[in-house]
Ligand binder design. Structure first.
Ligand SMILES: Nc1ncnc2c1ncn2[C@@H]1O[C@H](COP(=O)(O)OP(=O)(O)OP(=O)(O)O)[C@@H](O)[C@H]1O
Ligand SMILES: [Mg+2]
Length: 287
């Protein structure tokens, strides 16, 4: 099991007028090999939750008497949790990760995390070459360039390479396609799916339901700091009432296929991914 959470609470600014319960009795498990989506309206607690998983936000013992928080076997409710072990096992790609690029060459930037693991120069270079290839960039073309002169999509790839260079067993992505144009979004999404070969367990926060339907095998829905349920994409997107009551949307593909089916075109009205809708339409048009 990659993540085990039981009865986890978190309160910002407790006992002040600004007190805000951001996590309210969260119970959740992420199994090894899951591509786990986390969705929820803005302010529902998604970032607070994932920031607990790499101890960026520390647990509050006072409000968590019965809580369990174990990530990759590390007990984060312990008095002195193994934070070094945690940083080696959990890779975090923050929203807009390209803002955190800092070195004067791509190779140095990507190498930073590997060096922090204490790897020697030879192993570091091997890892850097591998990570750059895995994000779909050409090492020989890009290694000695400044990350700041790259395109937005390339910068994001470099930033992701800087995380997977550590070969984390759990990879957490916060809105990996936010702010990119449609082509950039598609490319990063394809890359994220490929990443599961490198990091078998992935947690992805997303506002984009097409991405969630396309990538995830499970989806946890947050609302007002509470878990409303964990579903497969099929289950989730058949619950139209739940989706709209939470202010969320259906995947565009599902909206479109429902519309086409209503107009008498022979497609499954609950189609979740673009590829399946395209196939149905091709079949329909060739009939
Ligand atoms: N540093 C903070 N101090 C006080 N309240 C905070 C702080 N950070 C977040 N909150 C509040 O906690 C709640 C959960 O915030 P969080 O950032 O986890 O939500 P989110 O689901 O990630 O939202 P978004 O989709 O906008 O990123 C919100 O009501 C937010 O206003
Ligand atoms: Mg957030």
């Amino acid at each position: 099991m990659s993540v085990e959470i039981k009865n986890l609470n978190f309160i910002y600014s407790p006992k002040t007028p600004y007190e805000k319960k951001a996590l309210d009795d969260i119970t959740l498990t992420v199994e090894d090999g899951d591509f786990f989506g986390i969705i929820g309206h803005t302010g529902s607690g998604k970032s607070t939750l994932i920031n607990h998983l790499n101890a960026l936000t520390r647990t509050q013992p006072k409000y968590n008497k019965d809580a369990v928080l174990k990530v990759c076997g590390i007990d984060l409710m312990a008095k002195k949790p193994d934070l070094k072990g945690l940083r080696e096992k959990v890779g975090m790609v923050f929203q807009y990760p390209e803002y955190q690029l800092f070195a004067d060459t791509v190779a140095k930037d990507v190498a930073y995390g590997a060096k922090n693991l204490g790897l020697n120069d030879e192993e570091t270079e091997k890892r850097v070459r591998d990570a750059i290839a895995r994000v779909g960039l050409n090492y020989d073309e890009i290694a000695e360039r400044s990350p700041f002169e790259l395109s937005g999509g390339q910068k994001r790839r470099v930033a992701i390479a800087g995380v997977i260079v550590m070969r984390p067993s759990l990879l957490i992505l916060d809105e990996p396609t936010a702010g990119l144009d449609p082509k950039g979004k598609k490319e990063i999404l394809a890359l994220v799916k490929e990443l599961q070969k490198t990091c078998p367990t992935i947690i992805m926060v997303s506002h984009n339901m097409d991405e969630v339907a396309e990538c995830c095998n499970k989806v946890g829905v947050l609302s007002n700091g509470k878990i409303m349920g964990v579903f497969t994409p099929d289950e989730l997107f058949s619950k139209r009432a739940l989706i709209s009551s939470l202010g969320l949307e259906l995947p565009t593909v599902t909206e479109l296929s429902a519309f086409l089916a209503e107009k008498g075109i022979d497609v499954n009205p609950a189609t979740l991914v673009e590829r399946d809708l395209v196939e149905s339409l091709e079949w329909f048009l060739n009939k």
